[in-house]
Design a protein around this ligand. Sequence first.
Ligand SMILES: [Cu+2]
Length: 271
Amino acid sequence: MKKSFNVMLSLASFIILFFTSCSKNEIPESSPTDGLTKITEGYAPGAAAKVEVYTSVSVINTGYTNLYLAIYDSLSGNRVDNANIQLTPMMDMGSMQHSSPFENPASVNAVNHLFPCSVVFIMPSTAGNWTVSVTVLVNGKLGTFSFPVTVVDPVKSTLKSFTALNNGAKYFVALINPVKPHIGINDMEIAIYKKESMMSYPAENGFTILMEPEMPTMGHGSPNNVNPIGIGNGHYKGKVNFTMTGLWQVNLEFMMGSEVADDTQFFEIEF
Ligand SMILES: [Cu+2]
């Protein structure tokens, strides 16, 4: 009787230990950075802050790149969820330097402990060296963390540029969606930036866009597309219908008022 009681007791404690250790080891707390890749981390001296930089891709391509910043108090190690953040992308091409379009975090408040922002890299690193500087203002203290970025041209370009017929200005057009194209109606999103100078690339909201997808090798298009329309911050959203797999050419015409700015650009999307 006593022996079986002891067996039961040890069995019970075994079960308790087993399940508590299980819940500790095998069900880890979900992290805000799950599914993201950390590309670098470092300190922003002066702000007493550590900055971790994440992306949602394994390789950074020329074009629109989402970045996610995690900020920590470098003394306590605690997360910082309220910070003013200013990005400065810069490319050093030897004989000259230039910046590129970018988007600072939309709010001083972190979204699930991260600060989403973006940079549109307008050239690959074969043409020079990219550096992104992150200046953070935390509790009234200012500091900057700078890091190098390697940018490669993708097989199918997701960044186009043109010189507008109506005003002579240069514009960059970055493809944001579809990231994972599929048969049927896909979200279509692009962002447009004006090259004001080597250092200034403001978002351009002034275009009306006509979009027409076609399969160049098969000589057909698709019905039920929705032209991308401006939603602010230079972003334009619509719908593109891919009725089959293969190579699609999404033709874009950019109008400013009644004037055609450009009708030569297209994105190639293959899946
Ligand atoms: Cu460059």
